[in-house]
Design a protein around this ligand. Structure first.
Ligand code: IPE
Ligand code: IPE
Ligand code: MG
Length: 247
């Protein structure tokens, strides 16, 4: 079996953790059972990523659109989230992992936000890896927020229209302190982005697996990285150009 080239591990991996509900249904259980199963997968994947030297791991945990799920599921998910954060903060500390959150945090229940804030503060000086949770997140929301921020700067004469470029736009997003992901993984056999990191994945490598999220483990992460390492990232150039750059 191919092994990972430790020199070429992506600095930032983003994951759309999908398939919890179907995993539960397969076992004739309630959907929330699948979300509980998903926590195990998160724990193993976070550990695996940190061991491999990944610097940023972004996990799509709850989308803006997920608020439209049955209220019972939303409540159960929020409760699970709070409990998991409280339980896992010690492990994050131990493994020197910093927690960061992106998304429309104002829409989260206060109790959830308070616990998150506590964990963010506790882990803020950790440098092994940054774990970014996308919560109540949608890329279109994020892009609109950035646009509003820039428009206000122009209105207040702090910025000219000519100064608006790719760099300025990137630095107005909630991911301003995070490099774009080299690799985006989606589990559960769905081939779509579901409003995740639209701007940031402009040149990411995409990897889809049929594995349902609760079954995802560090071995699956390794398979994704091995696949990524076989690809040639051309960024619009020709293969010959890339080869001569590496020669
Ligand atoms: C992903 O699993 C978790 C969240 C979106 C919160 P799903 O709950 O979407 O599971 P499926 O897609 O219904 O199987
Ligand atoms: C995407 O999964 C959101 C998260 C993984 C948090 P969904 O299950 O909500 O996506 P769609 O609706 O099937 O595209
Ligand atoms: Mg889903």
């Amino acid at each position: 079996m191919a092994t990972i080239n430790k020199q070429r591990v992506p600095k930032h991996i983003a994951i759309i953790m999908d398939g919890n509900g179907r995993w539960a249904k397969k076992q004739s259980k309630l959907r929330i059972f699948g979300h509980h199963g998903g926590v195990k997968a998160v724990r193993d994947t976070v550990e695996g990523a940190a061991e491999l030297g990944v610097k940023y791991l972004t996990l799509y945990a709850f989308s803006t659109e997920n608020w439209n799920r049955p209220q019972k599921e939303v409540n159960a998910l929020m409760e699970l989230l709070v409990n998991t954060i409280v339980k896992e903060t010690e492990t994050l500390e131990k493994n020197k992992i910093r927690l960061q959150v992106i998304g429309n945090l104002n829409s989260l229940p206060k109790n959830c936000l308070d616990k998150l804030q506590l964990s963010i503060n506790t882990t803020k000086d950790n440098h092994q890896m940054t774990l970014v949770l996308a919560l109540s997140y949608s890329a279109k929301w994020e892009i609109i927020e950035a646009t509003k921020k820039i428009a206000k700067e122009v209105r207040d004469n702090n910025l000219s229209i000519e100064e608006i470029d790719e760099h300025l736009f990137s630095s107005s997003l909630s991911t301003h302190n995070i490099p774009d992901p080299e690799l985006l993984i989606r589990s559960s056999g769905e081939y779509r982005i579901s409003n995740f990191l639209l701007w940031q994945i402009a040149y990411s490598e995409l990897y889809f697996t049929d594995v349902l999220w609760p079954d995802f483990r560090k071995e699956n992460l390794k398979l994704a990285i091995i696949d990524y390492q076989k690809r040639e990232r051309r960024f619009g150039k020709t293969s010959e150009q890339i080869e001569s750059e590496h020669a």
